[in-house]
Write a protein that binds this ligand. Structure first.
Ligand code: SF4
Length: 262
């Protein structure tokens, strides 16, 4: 099928993002994820189904089917901003690479138009069939390493981490620019030992120079209520600025440029 006619399911397109890769970017949020992280701030991204989200004002339908051509029309509206800032298009989710054909067609089309590309991925996918095909069309991969302890990873996300760690190495070895991100979650991975272990792993990956620590926040709380779901993080408060700075220094000591936030 011609690239532009490939259909996929998304739940949002956000323009003028400065936290999802270099420069000013348009972020396309694809629906569906493999993990179920307890702290997820986009619970409406997890299911592939089109859902209804109750809000104070009105009910909102989350998710719609669209074509690569329709998405690219919106992405290309901001070409002047990408050129000036070194920005482009980022695929996010959910897990953007779950919809392999759609993601691949979007990335190919963006590259054909000379647009810088990035993906935010869990990398919890079979490498050969669902990651490798995209790498020739990607300028930057932003991937999470949430924990180095597989059992704890599974307890908080429902999936073990062996495949993720293995894929991180394979992506790094492919030569694609890889940035490691760590959602920093109290009660899960916010001790100096845990961040040190993640940063040490990241620093061992060829070519990886940057690690981003993303502090836990509770902005997704209302969405859980709107979807009729329980918010399983309970009353856990976000980490303080001082705590995040302490963890940033721990990561930096492993030889990486450590950045707080996107
Ligand atoms: S990987 Fe991301 S989108 Fe998927 S459940 Fe976890 S936080 Fe949510």
């Amino acid at each position: 099928m011609e690239n532009n006619r490939v259909v996929g399911r998304i739940f949002d397109i956000q323009k003028f993002s400065t936290h999802d890769g270099p420069g000013i970017r348009t972020v396309v949020f694809l629906k569906g994820c493999i993990l179920r992280c307890r702290w997820c701030c986009n619970p409406e991204s997890q299911s592939y189904r089109i859902q209804e989200l109750k809000t104070e004002k009105k009910n909102k339908v989350v998710g719609y089917d669209t074509t690569v051509g329709e998405v690219m029309q919106k992405v290309m509206q901001d070409m002047p901003y990408y050129r000036r800032s070194g920005g482009g298009m980022t695929l996010s989710g959910g897990e953007a690479l779950c919809q392999t054909e759609f993601a691949n067609a979007l990335l190919k089309e963006a590259k054909a138009q000379g647009i810088n590309t990035a993906v935010e991925t869990t990398a919890c996918l079979p490498f050969e069939s669902m990651i490798a095909p995209h790498l020739p069309y990607l300028d930057t991969v932003l991937m999470d390493i949430k924990h180095t302890d597989s059992e704890k990873h599974e307890r908080f996300t429902t999936m073990r981490n062996e495949l993720i760690l293995d894929n991180a190495r394979r992506i790094a070895e492919s030569g694609c620019r890889l940035i490691i991100r760590v959602p920093t979650i109290p009660t899960f991975n916010d001790t100096p030992e845990e961040i040190r272990s993640i940063a040490r792993f990241a620093a061992s990956l060829p070519g990886v120079e940057e690690i981003h620590l993303l502090p836990y926040h509770r902005l997704g709380y209302d969405k859980y209520i709107g979807l009729g779901r329980e918010y399983t993080m309970g009353d856990v408060p976000p980490p303080t600025k001082e705590k995040m700075e302490e963890l940033r220094l721990v990561a930096e000591r492993e030889g990486l440029r450590a950045i707080l936030g996107g």
